[in-house]
Design a protein around this ligand. Sequence first.
Ligand SMILES: *[C@@H]1O[C@H](CO)[C@@H](O)[C@H](O)[C@H]1NC(C)=O
Ligand SMILES: *[C@@H]1O[C@H](CO)[C@@H](O)[C@H](O)[C@H]1NC(C)=O
Ligand SMILES: *[C@@H]1O[C@H](CO)[C@@H](O)[C@H](O)[C@H]1NC(C)=O
Ligand SMILES: CC(=O)N[C@H]1CO[C@H](CO)[C@@H](O)[C@@H]1O
Length: 358
Amino acid sequence: MRLFQFISEINLFETDATDNISIRIQRLCTWFFISTFTTSLLIVTIYASLYAEEVHITIQNPTIDFYAELASKYSIECDCSETSVPHKEFISLQPIYHQVCSSDFVTQRWIDYLFHSAEHSFYYYAEFRSTAVQQFQLLAILCQLSIQETKDGLDLFFHTEIISDKLMSKDFLVAETQARIDTFKTNAPDAFDYKLMFIREMITGNDLLSSTATLFQFAYQYYDYGHKSIWEIKDETVFFYQTGGDRCTCRYFFTCYSRAGFFGGRLFKSDYSSAYSYIIDGWYTGCRPIDSLLSSTLKTFYNQTMINSLLRYFNNISSNFTYLNANKESIFDLNTNLSTIVKAGFIEKWIENINYSL
Ligand SMILES: *[C@@H]1O[C@H](CO)[C@@H](O)[C@H](O)[C@H]1NC(C)=O
Ligand SMILES: *[C@@H]1O[C@H](CO)[C@@H](O)[C@H](O)[C@H]1NC(C)=O
Ligand SMILES: *[C@@H]1O[C@H](CO)[C@@H](O)[C@H](O)[C@H]1NC(C)=O
Ligand SMILES: CC(=O)N[C@H]1CO[C@H](CO)[C@@H](O)[C@@H]1O
């Protein structure tokens, strides 16, 4: 009873008030204060007992192994000394190009040879010699452009930064980086292919004609009309005999082509089929050097015997050019056309390495 009375009469206010209402209000306030204070104290105690003690220890520049050891035992956070790191600091990425881009067949020596060692300046349009110079010049340029384009793309990629203020886990970083590398690898040849497509469309759209005699041929013909006789220009339609035997003319399709080769004394056999004296396996001539080049394969240039047979049709047989190595590991086989190889940016594979510990 005494305790109950003590509790009900407890009053923390130090006043001399005597009237009942004031005392009652003071007692209520006291009660409210005590109960709120106790509850808060209780909450703080429970909270403190539930949470483990947090210790702050700062370790400057820990090694990656030490970090891994700590991370397996404690929950730790690691601030980075630099919040943005350019890719070049921890990624190495290097393309390996198709061997043709470092072969004799994209050198000026080979192009000069084709140009200077041919007997005439004009050949029958299905002759290898009629378009070979332009085709190999193009091949050399495509190699050069593709390598330059990839190099520029890589420079940009290496300068791109990965941004984070906390140390990322190895798995996360590797996955993130791998995704970035993969995106770059698929985009690199696409950018090049897109430019090439643009250039070809522009040539078509502007009706730019090739310097080869494969689109139109003009012949001067002597006419004797009795009262006067004149030389007249006669334009000859160029027909390409495609593999199926169809005749195709560049007036209507830029994609006409026929097998490239060499001709002897005659162009046609008695059955009107082309009288090749030697056919270059996998190589085509066509309306525009670019189209026929892209349809061709490098098959012949992997075989020294075949290259030598081809060189026999040129004046300067003392010259030698080294064949492509068929045993070299490649994702393209001998029968892959250049269109496919160019589309891939001549890239065989990438050598990549992600250095996490840096
Ligand atoms: C090149 O080869 C691919 C696959 O064999 C084919 O789809 C494509 O039409 C060819 N391109 C040319 C220009 O012949
Ligand atoms: C190279 O071509 C010649 C003639 O076509 C052929 O007999 C020979 O087997 C070829 N060599 C290789 C390694 O393919
Ligand atoms: C034959 O080719 C070689 C190398 O390509 C060159 O040095 C030489 O002058 C050429 N000879 C003739 C007769 O064209
Ligand atoms: C066997 C041979 O004649 N090799 C030559 C081919 O051409 C290159 C470049 O001109 C020479 O260096 C080789 O000796």
